[in-house]
Write a new protein. Structure first.
Length: 432
């Protein structure tokens, strides 16, 4: 009996040591500086290696090592990293960005046969990035974090592109980064991804978009890959209309962008014609100021929660003349929404406005999307603060801080629902 017990003890101990060793092997960590990254790229790459490409190549090499190990931590130390092409992030990786880190987007590679990418970072395994339709649903990279400690800047340098792309991923956290220099596209693209937290970031100094060029460009874009709408046409990204789920955007500052957070194209099931909704988007305790168009723009969101944000100086510089522009919160395709505890100050038009929406150009074959808000949710919108705000562009709808159009969505008195705070009253049907 004693011998059996000793044998069992030895086997258990060996199993524990094996598991522990495996755990240690998986918990890789690397610390890099600009010069260390260059050294790695020179060691690994003879072709295409130059002053434009070394940083992205070297960083990918370190991340490839982490992918082989099953994950780990990449600590990026102070310095400037110039990125011509995308850096790919696999599963179970935490990227620590130390104080003084600057990433700059380049628009050339120094090699005729190598085109620069539009993005700096893509949350996708590197080995799948060149395989067509290799990532779908939520089966891409998982458990990825970008954690800034101190002053960290992602500068797009006026290049038309995206800072970070999270597509077909899950469990993503981005915190503490200052994004600037956007010129069309977005700072962060969240596409067909679930369980995302973006917090304590600053989005600023974006070039103002126009209806003729790069319009409807959100600092944070919530989207789905859809061939009809042109949503994220990357080779590896399956165009399967996967929606975003459980997105939290909290404690950020949006200052000087065309839009803060939003969606600019919606999708529907091609067979049933049913709307496909992004669900459970929470926008809490953010600051939106000096925004050219809308603070938040919604298209096909279900059960969204927008609370405790401040919206200041929204749409004042916009010269566009369309009904859903220059509001604090706007859009359509609403399927239930909670908007309370926000402060709106200096909004060009109604602080809150929803109406029927229709895709233009890409995705225009989809039917229009309407507004479905309960009476309880409408009454809760009175629990916001409205100061120095404007009115609808049509004078017959003037005087309402909140205005939306229900039923078939047409902009008429019968469909109109308005909140007039001076009377503390909700009107279901706009009176003459």
């Amino acid at each position: 009996m004693m011998k059996k017990f000793k044998l069992l003890f030895v086997l258990c101990a060996m199993s524990f040591l094996t598991l522990a060793s495996a755990g240690i092997a998986e918990a890789k960590s690397y610390k890099v500086t600009p010069s260390k990254v260059v050294k790695m790229s020179k060691k690994k790459h003879k072709k295409f290696n130059n002053k434009y490409t070394r940083h992205y190549m070297g960083l990918n090499d370190y991340l490839d090592k982490l992918q082989k190990a099953g994950g780990g931590t990449l600590t990026i130390k102070k310095g400037t990293y110039k990125i011509s092409n995308s850096v790919y992030v696999p599963s179970n990786v935490t990227i620590i960005l130390e104080d003084g880190v600057v990433f700059q987007k380049l628009k050339k590679t120094g090699v005729k046969s190598l085109k620069p990418s539009g993005s700096m970072w893509q949350i996708c395994p590197h080995n799948k990035s060149r395989k067509k339709n290799s990532v779908k649903k939520y089966n891409g990279s998982k458990n990825v974090k970008f954690i800034a400690k101190g002053n960290v800047v992602f500068d797009m340098k006026g290049v038309v592109g995206i800072g970070i792309i999270a597509a077909h991923a899950q469990n993503v956290e981005i915190s503490g980064i200052t994004f600037k220099g956007m010129n069309g596209n977005h700072y962060i693209e969240v596409n067909g991804t679930k369980n995302v937290s973006i917090h304590d970031c600053t989005f600023t100094k974006a070039k103002q978009s126009t209806l003729k060029k790069y319009y409807n460009k959100e600092a944070i874009n919530i989207d789905m890959a859809d061939k009809k709408t042109g949503g994220l046409p990357l080779a590896w990204c399956k165009q399967d209309k996967t929606p975003c789920l459980d997105i939290k955007i909290e404690n950020n500052v949006f200052d000087g962008t065309t839009r803060g957070v939003g969606t600019h194209k919606y999708s529907q099931n091609s067979k049933t014609k049913a709307n496909i909704y992004h669900a459970n988007v929470t926008i809490n305790n953010n600051t939106f100021k000096n925004i050219y168009d809308n603070g938040v723009f919604i298209l096909n969101w279900k059960n969204a929660v927008i609370t405790n944000n401040t919206f200041t100086n929204i749409g004042k510089t916009s010269k566009q003349s369309y009904a859903s522009g220059s509001h604090g919160i706007s859009g359509g395709g609403i399927e239930g929404i909670t908007i309370t505890g926000n402060t709106f100050n200096g909004i060009k038009r109604n602080p809150i406005y929803f109406s029927i929406q229709q895709n233009t150009m890409g995705g225009s074959s989809y039917g229009p999307v309407r507004v479905n808000i309960t009476k309880e949710q409408t009454s809760a919108m009175m629990n916001n603060t409205f100061l120095n705000c404007g009115n609808d562009m049509n004078s017959i709808f003037a005087g309402y801080e909140v205005l939306y159009f229900r039923n078939n969505g047409q902009r008429d008195r019968a469909n109109g629902v308005g909140i007039k705070m001076s009377e503390k009253k909700v009107y279901y049907g706009i009176p003459k």
